[in-house]
Design a protein around this ligand. Sequence first.
Ligand SMILES: [Zn+2]
Length: 678
Amino acid sequence: MKQLVLSGAALMLLVQCNSPKEDKNEEMTENPVAFELSNIDSTVSPCDNFYKYAIGSWQKDNPVPATEGRWMSFNILAENNREKIQGILDESLKAENPAKGSNLQLIQDFYKSALDTNGRNEQGFTALTPFLDKVAAIESREGLNDAFATLRKTRVGTPVSFYVGRDAENSEEYIVYASQAGLTLGDKSYYLNEEEKFQEIRAKYVEHVDGIFALAGRGEALAGKTVLEVETKLAQISWDRKDLRDADRTYNKMTVASFDSMLNNLQVANMLKLLGLGAADEMVVRTVSFYTDLDSLMNEISLEEWRTYLTWHVFSGYGSHINDEFEQKTFDFFSTTMRGVKEMRPRKERILRVVDGSLGEPLGKLFVEKYFPEESKQYMSELIENLRGAYKQSILNLTWMGDSTKDKALKKLEAFTYKIGYPDKWKDYSGLDISADNYLQNIVNISKHGFEMMVDKLGKPVDKDEWHMSPQMVNAYYSPSGNEIVFPAGILQPPFFHPSFDDAINYGGIGGVIGHEFTHGFDDQGAKYDWNGNKVNWWTDEDRARFKALTQALAEQYSKYEVLPGEFVNGELTLGENIADLGGTTLSYAALEKVMEGKEDPMVDGFTWQQRFFLGWANVWKGNITDETLRNRILTDPHSPAEQRVLGPLANLPQFEEAFGCAGKAMVKPDSTQIKIW
Ligand SMILES: [Zn+2]
């Protein structure tokens, strides 16, 4: 996932990445069922809780497996895709002496090295020696700067993060970004929240760090305590996630020299040189105060403490790859304590996930050759254009937006481009060095190669063919800089989509997803970008104020959802996604309405097409989740939990109210408070 966030203006995803397991169900069969009636819990009224009504029985029959933190449609489909990838991996072993640097060689040798469990256990962390030596050699401020920058080339976390992405205000060029980093636990609240459950996690974290140091045979006393102290200081100067979403506050363009002159201890120009980014004379600093505060921490925290902190990050960056013992310990803390996952998946499944995650495009190329029906592209193009048509009509009809802003919005809508299935141009992996007998070194090389590919972009024309997701992924995204929506082959399958499904289910599924991605171009942040993908204000002040009032009301609606006792959805953090879900369902429904115009209702399984549309939306969000994973996600995930992704938009839709006769019932808000944005 690291690569994904490194794309300049942040991409807006459909779901946050997760990690699944196996199940057999309707999605595997030749003639998939569009909507299983057995999912319905008829003891719940659709007007009280539509999510529980539509998929409540499925929830009872599909508890979260012991190896997972949550279990959703997305996971099940991803699992099916992975079974296919497993077949491709097994097949790859049969190739004799594939050419060095070819996709087949990379896949075959990386897979072989991963299967060689004994070799891995014997080699231990030898491949990390250069990093550990670099940390041990830090004796000065210069050495610390050097380590902060260069360890970043691999998967070692440090407080600084420099990366290359499209310039948000000049989408035709790449620029260097600087952002905050360095927190192992992923969110500052894990360090700063005084509630008991967070204190418990912190105590276990200290134990975990100490355990890893012991396993590595290193004698640092109080390593865990030191790491927690350093990271707590970093947490105190870190920005909230909701602020990191703000495209304006995070856009601070300056020359490298002027950024450097703001800092006494951090040597930015030097760090950029070490990273191969010395040619940059300008950059965008996302979190200015973080850097000026970090500059002070460089002195406040002793070199010895920094060495302990960085040593920890070398081990934690590679923890699950080092050997069986490291992997088990890493699992116990990050999966069990943090996400409530009880059991580790079998080794073979873990390997599959690593290879799939590391060589996504080379494997994806083979995946789509074998499994992606080209007809899907045609069907998807039609759906996308129907949605665009519905969007156009909706913008024209908006009562809160004035004509001049409407013209600009329509111009942006027309300019949207889209990609379906897989890239036309595949990434070149020929420079990647992979051998069959050194797994950990391969992991190091893959990280370095990824970083080098990114660095290489600076100064070159923007590569508009690039994909930021592999084709087999069950996900989709909107790129504000590209003003494009992207749908990998992996999601163009049941339960989201099938050519044999009735239109209502396809529009409720993938149609809602398409509408969601379109709407990201018009969410609270996406709307700051114009038709060329540049962050520029194309709104009148009055329209912008009205838009803000509407989105604020939506944030308030979601902040009232209590998902665990005393714990609520963060309406500000999830605002962009909630706008996209509301827009997605509204627009896909409108597009379907047009398709159904003048046609007789096919009435499938006793449901009207209007009802089937909403069943389709609930069906793609069906899932179960552990409390720990839910807690982790409401703190870190910009998406609302699955249940609220269904309840939230539907509460605002008169179309839903009418389809199920829910006027005045718990599921729907009173007419006067229903929010219509797009
Ligand atoms: Zn999204």
